[in-house]
Design a binder for this molecule. Structure first.
Ligand code: SOE
Length: 379
């Protein structure tokens, strides 16, 4: 069957530009879908780098102005893989031009900006989705299935952390390519929007809404040289952020993220404790789900280490033979596959901009609480 072509214009060629491009290129090899992404154009201010990226990944053309990309009649979908401070204006213009929109996380710099983006895509009825990719790790998707089936029973605790260590050196500059995550004017916030946003997104999906939070943040290195100005400037991002939360279902939660946990490169873990069963997941061992069920027979009761590689497991029948594992990049492929399948059924695919707005509101509440020292209601 010949596929319906979906012409993609991507903005940005960094780390996320690569993960998304790989997903667009790979998806139809493994998933049987009505739609097929076509890598039409890559857009970035640096024309030389954009051209090199286009050659490497197979994009047909290059633009250096995102407004021109959006104005092109041959582009169906705008994929925003550029820094956070560009998301809102690109998404709003793309929606007004009738494009579909995929946006890298976090959706925006803050809640009000995200709210305007939601209005824009909903007014335009533009299919939209945010790349919170960890939902599509098969083990995490299975966790969702087990919770929805009621296997854990009433949930008491949710515990998540995302730890890194790459900004400990005070000699690391802020700003510019690769280091804009350290510049609050570009990133919006530090680890709250960059890392905790992942933990929050997964938790809302698995455990429902969060009502209130109390948080603390710290900026350990107060000044860094700025790559663009060449001057030493104040650091305004949060280097570390931790908060307590109360979910609407009555469960209690702790969330922690930092870029100062020496030895940890990307340790995202969560544990959920319910009345009957508990679940634990670790990004460093992403194909395993640890599961404890108190209803097991006493003699052999214990934590089970499930290897999520069988064809019964979420997404796995599309890949290799049972027992062979997949990795990080596949989560992006799954996300594109679900988005394309959603175009065929006409159903929105999660997380939509509206769903990602909830994560943004919680990030705002965390930052506000860290400032005021008070419990803060979400939204
Ligand atoms: C930061 O180092 C980062 O790349 C995040 O921006 C990503 O969202 C996360 O998945 C891995 O870490």
């Amino acid at each position: 069957m010949s596929k319906k072509k979906l012409n993609v214009g991507i903005i940005g060629y960094g780390f996320m530009g690569r993960t998304h491009s790989n997903a667009f290129r790979t998806v139809n090899n493994f998933f049987d879908l009505e739609y097929e992404p076509v890598l039409k154009a890559v857009c970035a201010r640096d024309g030389g780098k954009a051209k090199a990226f286009a050659e490497q990944w197979g994009y047909e053309s290059v633009e250096t102005d995102w407004k021109k990309l959006i104005a092109r009649k041959d582009i169906d979908l705008i994929d925003i893989a550029s820094p956070n401070n560009t998301h809102a204006r690109i998404a709003e213009a793309a929606a007004a031009a009738g494009k579909m929109i995929l946006c890298e996380k976090p959706l925006a710099m803050n809640g009000p900006q995200a709210e305007a983006m939601v209005k824009a895509v909903e007014k335009a009825k533009a299919p939209n989705m945010v790349w919170y990719n960890y939902r599509r790790v098969p083990a995490v998707t299975l966790a969702k299935q087990l919770i929805d089936e009621g296997r854990l029973g009433r949930i008491f605790h949710y515990r998540a952390k995302f730890l890194q260590d790459w900004t400990i050196s005070k000699d690391l500059p802020q700003g510019g390519a690769g280091l804009w995550r350290l510049d609050a004017k570009v990133a919006g916030s530090g680890v709250t929007g960059d890392l905790l946003a992942h933990c929050i997104d997964t938790s809302l999906w698995l455990n429902g809404p969060i009502d209130k939070v109390t948080a603390m943040t710290e900026t350990f290195v107060k000044e860094r040289k700025h790559n663009l100005s060449g001057k030493v400037e104040k650091v305004s991002i949060d280097d570390a952020s931790a908060f307590l939360a109360r979910f609407s279902n009555g469960s209690l939660a702790t969330f922690e993220s930092t870029r100062y946990a020496r030895g940890h490169k990307a340790l995202y873990t969560f544990e959920i404790n319910g009345e009957h069963a508990s679940i634990f997941w670790d990004l460093h061992d992403l194909h395993r789900l640890q599961y404890f069920d108190h209803r097991d027979e006493g003699l052999t009761r214990g934590w089970r280490s499930l290897h999520i590689t069988d064809s019964d497991h979420p997404y796995m029948k599309h890949w290799w033979v049972p027992g062979l594992q997949i990795g990080y990049e596949h989560t992006f492929v799954h996300q594109v596959a679900d988005f394309l399948a959603g175009l065929s059924t006409g159903k929105p695919v999660s997380p939509t901009f509206r769903e990602a707005l909830e994560t943004q509101k919680i990030c705002d509440a965390v930052l506000a609480s860290a400032k005021s020292g008070q419990w803060t209601n979400v939204g």
